[in-house]
Design a protein around this ligand. Structure first.
Ligand code: PMP
Length: 551
């Protein structure tokens, strides 16, 4: 018997190798992974064990103390009698050596073959291209085949660990055990819809409401951010006697469905776009760095742009339906509007008879650190808030909150029913996400780790002339790269280079903005100070590499 502890970052846990001495056959070894530590601690390497002895349990203990019936054992053929020195897991580079040392044990088991299929990303990509539309994008020129996620780490098919600083949907960490347990438990119990009474859904709605400003009393549950914005648009219409004219932000994004894509300037004015319907009015991106008005005090100038759009409508005798706005514009390049903008814009629209919709699909749920919602951080008062992405930590769910008055105006006789919205499993998962955010102090973590990013980036931004701006709130961050600080000419190639090199270093970030020159950093909000240090140090090293020094 031998017990190995695997310290590599492959996350396979300790392993046990048992050497079998059958009376009527060759000696062989079996190898067990993912075992229970308590049992392992009682095992002494080298000890003899009898048939039937407990050598371990598979898997980790579940929340309620049980054992999940999963995971694996491995059977080894060991040509050199070298038991106790076998690779439970080998890196791809060592695969050929290990398969030579330990040939296919199919002979022993009477199977055709146990040879693991070589993970082939090329093959997957080919099949994907054959069956999916060409406009479905994939990250990186050499795409990554992800097979497992845990916390802030993603593992690819070759066992490589990546620090995830780009996926904000797994808000409280990939596969958070409490969220997984809540979903698994509820899935095994009941999953129906909102036409039945359910205590969990009511309790969850209460908890969600408690996070929102008091005036937002009514919640609608749906399944995606796009769907949430569709409902918000319908609510706004109901609240304005059927008005249709909508103000939207330059470079804003609100979804892929008919009504949302045509209210997403980022899409309709972008590649493969179309002209927006005549009742969609784009207000300038309130970007204090490279927008039409600049500087920290430009907020009121951008509010005046909103007012001008409202005045134009008024001159035509039209009432606005409302404004649809992200508090921090993600696709626009992590743009934080100047002080007073969002509040002023929302108030102006309301004063003109329209409805203010805050799209918190990206930035809600404590990500900005100081406040649970990004609109709160800007002192704005929305009439409707839409939520998605992080709300279910990856489970497809979304929600809309509004005032009792608007909900009443919308009610108007027609049933509101979304098949999956507010189903029992979503309610359980949504509640678990809120509980984890609170119990683990994750909003405060986002604040602290985000502040650390700015602290560490300040001297770096001074040192490298191609960094025009370091911006964001909490763990929703951006670094604006330029060819030249004076002209602010965006440097898309530099941003691509940095994102690619970060991947080489095992860290995932992305690029965005109208010129794709902004490094986008939006990790799960459990991201630690040490992980942020690793990320910033990697950025700093890359900024010092030759492509930058030549430019
Ligand atoms: N609003 C914003 C701000 C978003 O970022 C997104 C998704 N990127 C959506 C809405 C649409 O959400 P979904 O993809 O879940 O429909």
């Amino acid at each position: 018997l031998s017990v190995q502890r695997n310290d590599e970052d492959l996350d396979y846990g300790p392993t046990v190798i048992v050497e079998h001495h059958p009376e009527d056959g060759p000696v062989f070894a079996t190898l067990y992974g993912h075992l229970d530590g308590e049992v392992l601690d009682r095992l002494v390497p080298g000890a003899a064990i009898a048939a039937g002895d407990l050598i371990g349990r598979f898997g980790e203990r579940t929340e309620n103390g049980g054992w999940p019936p999963h995971l694996h054992f491995q059977v080894y053929l060991d040509r050199f009698g070298d038991s106790g020195n076998l690779a439970g897991v080998a890196s791809p580079a060592r695969r050929a050596v290990w398969t030579a040392v330990s040939p296919d044990p199919a002979v022993l088991l009477g199977l055709d073959s146990c040879a693991a299929r070589e993970p082939s990303s090329e093959e997957l990509l080919r099949e994907r291209r054959a069956h999916f539309c060409s406009s479905m994008s994939i990250s990186y020129a050499r795409p990554i085949q992800m097979v497992k996620g845990r916390g802030t780490t993603l593992f690819d098919a070759e066992g490589r660990a990546f620090l995830d600083a780009v996926n904000n949907v797994p808000h409280v960490g990939h596969c958070h055990p409490r969220v997984v347990a809540a979903g698994r438990r509820q899935m095994a119990l009941l999953n129906t819809n909102t036409r039945y009474l359910g205590e969990a859904l009511v309790r969850y709605a209460e908890k969600l409401r408690a996070k929102l400003p008091d005036h937002l009393e009514v919640i609608y549950f749906v399944s995606s951010g796009s769907e949430a914005n569709e409902v918000a648009l319908r609510l706004a219409s109901a609240a304005t006697d059927g008005a249709t004219d909508m103000l939207v932000q330059e470079h804003g994004y609100h979804g892929h469905t008919g009504n949302t894509v045509s209210r997403s300037h980022y899409k309709f004015a972008g590649k493969g776009g179309f002209s927006a319907p005549s009742d969609v009015h784009v207000v300038p991106l309130a970007d204090p760095t490279r927008g039409i008005h600049r500087g920290p005090d430009s907020g009121q100038k951008y509010v005046a742009e909103v007012q001008a759009a409202l005045d134009r409508l008024a001159a035509e005798g039209k009432r606005p339906r409302g404004i649809l706005a992200e508090a921090i514009i993600g696709c626009g390049g992590q743009v934080v509007p100047p002080n007073g903008y969002l509040k002023g814009a929302f108030d102006a629209v309301r004063a003109a008879g329209g409805v203010a919709i805050a799209d918190e699909v990206q930035v809600g749920f404590g990500r900005v650190g100081t406040h649970f919602w990004a609109f709160e951080e800007q002192g704005a008062r929305p009439d409707i808030v839409t939520m998605g992405k992080p709300i279910g930590n990856g489970h497809p769910m979304a929600a809309v909150a509004t005032t009792a008055r608007i909900a009443e105006q919308f009610a108007g006789g027609m049933e509101f029913f979304a098949t999956f919205g507010g189903n029992n499993v979503s309610a359980a998962i949504g509640e678990a996400v809120l509980d984890v955010i609170d119990d683990e102090g994750l909003m405060e973590n986002a604040r602290r780790v985000g502040a650390h990013f700015f602290e560490r980036m300040a001297p770096i931004a001074k040192r490298f002339p191609f960094i025009a701006d370091v911006r964001g709130r909490g763990l929703y961050l951006g670094v604006d790269l330029v060819e030249d600080k004076e002209s602010l000419a965006p440097d898309r190639a530099a941003a691509q280079y940095v994102a690619g090199r970060m991947r080489d270093k095992g860290i995932l970030i992305s690029t965005d903005g109208p010129h794709e020159n902004v490094l986008k950093i939006k990790p799960p909000i459990i991201f630690t100070l040490a992980e942020m240090d690793r990320l910033v140090s990697a950025l700093e090293e890359i900024f010092g590499e030759s492509p930058f020094q030549q430019s």
